[in-house]
Design a protein around this ligand. Structure first.
Ligand SMILES: *[C@@H]1O[C@H](CO)[C@@H](O)[C@H](O)[C@H]1NC(C)=O
Length: 337
């Protein structure tokens, strides 16, 4: 907008200098404006977010540190994410990066999305190039799918046109009305250009509970050697369960069949020992204790406030780390009396 104002001003200057005999004014005006133009663009991007490497740049060290220190019980997540993000950000990608996150409530899918956004965009989740799309909030009515399709198409096209390295996070994509997800399909493909725009630098994260049960079942049958579970076996379980899930928004969707998903990322159900780590983080973050002073008794009390499954063995937390903050507040506030 400001640039347009400058151009108008410049036009006015040349017009005035043409009718006035002060031709030197026009020359000076041109020089000043040319100077302003070359300086103004870059300066503006120092203070306000632009689609440049100052604002968008993967810090893989930070990504690795954050994932390793704040994510519990997810040995399959860190490597696959770092590997694919690095490959995607460092060279010219042949297609948009599409990562499909699978797992139950509170296992860290949203958390990891946030960490990814923060390790690429200086503004993190607040960046205008990061788009969080919540299926239940934004697409609640099945009969409005045609309208939603237009909305979604418009969002993706406008965003990527403005900045090729846009990030789209689709939360609860399994709750998307059937058919809507296919709207995204062309943007995930290998096309160099689509209507004049190149979508291959964009990143899509699909978050869902789809295959959550299949993941839990597999981990339960291997729970003593959980860390030995490999990505390959988990990927197989996820893709099979995704295709067979009738309620999934991805059901019969071309996206699965055409292998447009770069990688499946499995989030495993969390055991009591992982929940305890989340509890400690929250206790420290909310200033109840310093890390070294946390009494095990408090951690145990809080962990006991959560529900576990299967009902007889009680191995995994039903809600992962999701409800930990409210349970911490509850136990700590009632304790103090
Ligand atoms: C990347 O992250 C690390 C760890 O958080 C930090 O020390 C470093 O300064 C960051 N590098 C850049 C270029 O921002």
């Amino acid at each position: 907008m400001d640039f347009i104002r400058l151009v108008v001003l410049y036009g006015l200057f040349t017009y005035v200098s043409a009718i006035e005999p002060f031709s030197t004014f026009g020359a000076i005006g041109t020089a000043v404006l040319a100077g302003l133009y070359t300086v103004y663009g870059p300066v503006k991007c120092q203070f306000k977010e632009c689609c440049t490497s100052t604002w968008i740049n993967l810090n893989s060290t930070a990504l690795q540190d954050e994932l390793q220190s704040k994510l519990y019980g997810q040995h399959l997540v860190t490597d696959v994410i770092i590997k694919h993000l690095k490959a995607h950000m460092m060279k010219d990608p042949s297609k948009a990066l599409t990562l499909s996150f699978h797992g139950g409530t509170g296992t860290g899918k949203n958390y990891v999305s946030k960490i990814i956004a923060e390790s690429i965009y200086k503004q993190g989740m607040r960046s205008k190039y990061v788009h969080l799309i919540s299926s239940t909030k934004e697409f609640p009515h099945k009969d409005m799918v045609p309208l939603y399709k237009d909305k979604l198409r418009d969002l993706i096209e406008t965003s990527v046109k403005e900045c090729p390295q846009s990030l789209f996070i689709f939360d609860e994509i399994d709750k998307m009305p059937p058919g809507l997800i296919d709207t995204i399909k062309p943007y995930l493909d290998f096309y160099e250009q689509l209507g004049g725009t190149d979508y291959r630098k964009a990143t899509f994260l699909f978050l869902s509970n789809t295959a959550g049960d299949a993941i839990s079942k597999h981990v339960l049958s291997n729970w003593l050697n959980r860390e030995d579970i490999e990505l390959k076996e988990m990927e197989h379980i996820i893709s099979k369960a995704t295709i067979n899930t009738k309620t999934s928004g991805m059901y019969h969707s071309d996206i699965i069949y055409k292998h447009m998903i770069t990688a499946y990322v499995p989030f495993l159900p969390m055991e009591r020992r992982h929940i305890k780590e989340c509890i400690k983080d929250v206790l420290v973050a909310q200033n109840y204790y310093k890390r070294k002073d946390i009494p095990e008794e408090d951690v145990r009390k809080i962990a006991n406030q959560l529900n576990y499954f299967p009902s007889n063995e009680e191995i995994f937390s039903v809600t992962g780390c999701k409800r930990v903050p409210e349970k911490v507040s509850y136990v700590m506030e009632t304790d103090e009396d």
